[in-house]
Design a protein around this ligand. Sequence first.
Ligand code: SAH
Length: 311
Amino acid sequence: MSSQDSPKGRRGGQFPLRLDQVSAPAARRLVDPDQVVPPGVVGRKAAPVGAAASSRLVTPPAHQPMLRPQRPVSEAARDQRLVHSPSGLGLDSAGVRRRMVERLQQGGVQDPRVLMAMDAVERHAFVDTALAGQAYEDTSLPIGLGQTISKPSSVARMIELLCQRPNAAAESPTPLGRVLEIGTGCGYQAAVLARLAKQVISIERLKPLHEKARHHLRALHAHNLRLVYGDGMLGHGPNAPYDCIIAAAGGQNLPQSWLDQLAPCGRLVAPIEDARGGGQSLLIVDRLVSGELVHSTQEAVHFVPLKSGVV
Ligand code: SAH
């Protein structure tokens, strides 16, 4: 990870943050919606077909294969060995997901609670069937209306940063406490957050995506997760303050409401546009016990834009 600020951050910065307070993006990109690749073909390899016309009355010449409506058992067994199970689906998904988690670990995610949550949530259930074969690759994928599901490495990295908030209980199974997520999208990150939080409020401004997330999350019966249709730039006052605030969309400034709704010892993680380069960086803001706000910028990221109002 690279940062132009000290890792401990700058104390007592002015809020809302001015653009020039955010340092220039570093080299590594976390989320890249442009990396979306078309759906791969998932399926079985066709069994070899050995067929040519023949007749009961005419014995075919030796060089012509016989028409065989049923294949000999020996060949069926050989064909079976050629069959590839579709990745990321059905019985195979647990194994593919475990390999995704191993890659996250190799990429630097260390908190076992985060790795377990990433292992538990079926990402392929949050994307269209045609994209399910790519669900465990480290890539963002389209979810409709020009929005994307975040890369697994971004989700894990941001949630791990939240777990490291000031005074967080190292052993707690719910290290995130009370969480506000801005940008529900398809609901994947909300499902991961819910495994590590006492309560999650997740807001989405696009009604069709809010409904889609509701549909995806129904089967999980996550009773500590509440979806809200609204403008996340206003935060969500009724459940404030929050121990963690996480944004899945980046704007030019941090909305003041997010800072107002951050509890003492709380942490906010959000992408923010860099005034100079035009890119985005990951911003961390901590509220100390004293109420003072401390912030630091982390690596370069690429999230969809934060927009105001509802659609
Ligand atoms: N959390 C998702 C990522 C969704 S992409 C995941 O699991 O991968 C970011 C989402 O933020 C988009 O759905 C977009 O519509 C939403 N968004 C942008 N601005 C918003 C705002 N002001 N309030 C609520 N949602 C917003």
